[in-house]
Design a protein around this ligand. Structure first.
Ligand code: ZN
Length: 253
């Protein structure tokens, strides 16, 4: 049986210690595979995806340790982190820096110490936080429903999407509401005037563009304005979040 070499560190790897990637490359389980998050899907990843994710974890862990972890104990309430999720990695939201960290904790020797690694994202890039459930069969043969918040971040290299475990649909709802509030998105009937107006503007703008398109007079500027208006009604206004995150990340470039 031919032995392979790890595409990252070059080590010779046997059948039991190799991890095959979707593009046919192999990486070693002993060192390189361990640098990824446990929830990172290596079977579906290319070598490029894996190296981008490893870089993301290295940088994210630095940002977590130097910038975000100290805020966990902040006396100033406005600086505090909000912890979300259950089970696997937890999500820490930092409204004061505009950043979000997915943190994986590994306990070393029983209770003696732990290590934490993180993927850090800009809150402004969070484009999806949908409810998902999965039925899994336990070892006792009973089916159990696992509930998640499926999250996705745009323009992100490495692991740009993951499922965060939630206790139940109620805790998912309060999580979704928390993000909606941060982005100024109102999905409930109790729409504020501002949001109702914003959505009306989006609809009007879209209707105008549709008419113009039908007449063949839609210009690029008009099209861009329409997309912008729709974006704002779906994703909220993220200008402030982008500004905050970029200021916080400037030190880590
Ligand atoms: Zn390796």
């Amino acid at each position: 049986m031919a032995k392979h070499n790890c595409a990252i560190c070059g080590a010779e790897i046997g059948l039991m210690s190799e991890q095959k990637l979707v593009d046919g490359n192999f990486i070693c389980r002993k060192v390189c595979s361990k640098k990824t998050f446990k929830i990172f899907d290596k079977v579906e990843a290319t070598l490029c995806d894996v190296t981008a994710h490893i870089e993301q974890v290295e940088k994210g862990t630095r940002i977590w340790n130097e910038l975000l972890l100290p805020l966990k104990k902040a006396k100033d309430k406005t600086q505090k982190l909000k912890c979300l999720g259950t089970g696997g990695p937890l999500l820490y939201v930092s409204p004061s820096t505009g950043l979000v960290a997915l943190v994986e904790t590994n306990y070393k020797f029983f209770l003696f110490g732990k290590t934490q690694r993180a993927c850090v994202y800009r809150l402004a890039d969070l484009v999806k936080y949908d409810y998902e459930e999965e039925k899994v069969k336990g070892s006792d043969g009973k089916t159990e429903t696992k509930e998640y918040c499926a999250m996705m971040f745009k323009d992100t290299a490495g692991m740009y999407g993951f499922r965060l475990g939630v206790g139940n649909s109620k805790s998912y709802e309060s999580m979704a509401k928390y993000f909606d509030t941060l982005f100024g998105i109102q999905k409930t009937l109790g729409n504020t005037f501002k949001n109702a107006k914003r959505q009306m503007d989006a609809i009007k703008s879209f209707a105008t563009a549709a008419k113009a398109a039908a007449k063949g007079t839609l210009d690029e500027e008009q099209a861009a304005a329409t997309i912008g208006a729709l974006d704002a009604s779906v994703y909220g206004d993220r200008t402030e979040w982008i500004k905050k995150a970029d200021e916080a990340l400037a030190a880590f470039r």
